[in-house]
Design a protein. Sequence first.
Length: 70
Amino acid sequence: MHPDVLVVEPGDSGTIKIEQVREVIDRSAYRPFEGRRRVVIVDEADALVIPAQHALLKTLEEPPPSSVFC
């Protein structure tokens, strides 16, 4: 576990909800703690609910300068 790696994965319901996405977007805006970049991994992106997809879209188009989304 690296402090600059954020992982978004489905919860107990089997989906990734908008609250999870908003939290990761907020955390990705901060500068990296140890590394040169903060990495956000969206595991099982097909599990994103529609509102979460829309919330993530703008950030994917224009990510913060110190963050990388996978």
